[in-house]
Design a protein around this ligand. Structure first.
Ligand SMILES: NC(=O)c1ccc[n+]([C@@H]2O[C@H](COP(=O)([O-])OP(=O)(O)OC[C@H]3O[C@@H](n4cnc5c(N)ncnc54)[C@H](O)[C@@H]3O)[C@@H](O)[C@H]2O)c1
Length: 266
């Protein structure tokens, strides 16, 4: 346990499961004062809040659908009222084409899926940043925003076309927000590779042949295995912490080395 996030009041979106849950718990382990757990899944979000409390932080659940601008404003308002301020936002929530389309690809991608993926993955990051900025500006506890992008925002994909475009947008939005909010608020993003979460398991199951899909997902990594949610959470928490006080506008791969080369493990 470290006290890297000592005293921080944090929002984590999409924290009912997967990486969001791991980040919320890691924030508590690293000394966050208060963690607001945001999701649409009430029961699982309450479970995350219980884990956060067990790890030593105050926790509140805010049920918010990030496709709604009103919900996003309410999320920020309720988090600030609960915690007495806001120092860190982790924009983690995300959705992927393959959850909604079978098979997923250029020919089957429809407007509703495109819009949903863009709204949750990209538009919500902008709306949350805009709603949070006034509170972050008045924080004297090292305010920052940490965005979840993806390696799929850098390289092309066959089946997650809206997803990849949305994550490329998050990378660009991160840089522009870092510029717009400097020097008061640091803004960074990380790019997970293949991480073992419900989303990745669903994506794996969406392929015709699970073994081939798994090889495709992990075989391009220098570390040819699924990453864990905790391995990503530690990087997200580092970017949120004062240990990263000179880091802004940065894009950090947490990808087992996928983006380092063009190869496939033999
Ligand atoms: N798992 C991977 O391999 C991987 C790789 C690269 C990037 N990512 C990104 O990391 C982040 C977390 O991914 P994960 O694998 O933990 O996903 P996950 O599907 O396991 O969890 C995502 C969470 O977001 C919530 N969510 C979805 N839509 C929402 C909405 N409209 N409003 C509020 N909450 C909503 C879900 O309910 C869920 O709890 C996402 O942004 C994802 O795109 C994941």
């Amino acid at each position: 346990m470290s006290d890297q996030l000592d005293g921080k009041r944090v929002i984590v979106t999409g924290a009912a499961q997967g990486m969001g849950r791991a980040i919320a718990v890691e924030c508590a382990r690293q000394g966050a004062e208060a963690v607001t757990v945001v999701d649409v899944k009430a029961g699982d979000a309450e479970d995350t809040a219980g884990l956060v409390r067990a790890a030593g932080s105050r926790a509140a659940v805010v049920l918010a659908d990030l496709t709604s601008a009103d919900d996003i404003q309410r999320m920020v308002d309720e988090a600030v009222a609960f915690a007495g301020g806001l120092d860190t936002v982790v924009n983690n929530a995300g959705v992927i084409d393959t959850t909604f389309l079978h098979p997923a690809g250029l020919d089957t991608l429809d407007e509703a899926t495109w819009d949903l993926v863009m709204d949750v993955n990209l538009k919500a990051v902008w709306l949350t940043t805009r709603a949070a900025a006034p509170h972050l500006r008045s924080s004297d506890r090292g305010p920052s925003i940490v965005n979840s992008a993806s390696v799929a925002g850098v390289h092309g994909t066959v089946s997650a076309i809206a997803y990849g475009a949305s994550k490329a947008g998050v990378i660009q939005l991160t840089k522009s927000c870092a510029v717009a909010l400097a020097p008061d608020i640091r803004v960074n993003a990380y790019l997970p590779g293949t991480i073992d979460t419900p989303m990745a398991q669903g994506h794996l199951a969406s392929g015709a042949d699970r073994a081939t899909t798994e090889r495709r997902m992990t075989g391009t990594q220098l570390l040819p295995r699924f990453g864990t949610a905790e391995e990503v959470a530690r990087v997200a928490c580092f970017l949120a912490s004062d240990a990263a006080s000179f880091v802004t506008g940065g894009i950090y791969a947490v990808d087992g080395g996928t983006l380092a080369w063009r190869g496939v493990q033999s």
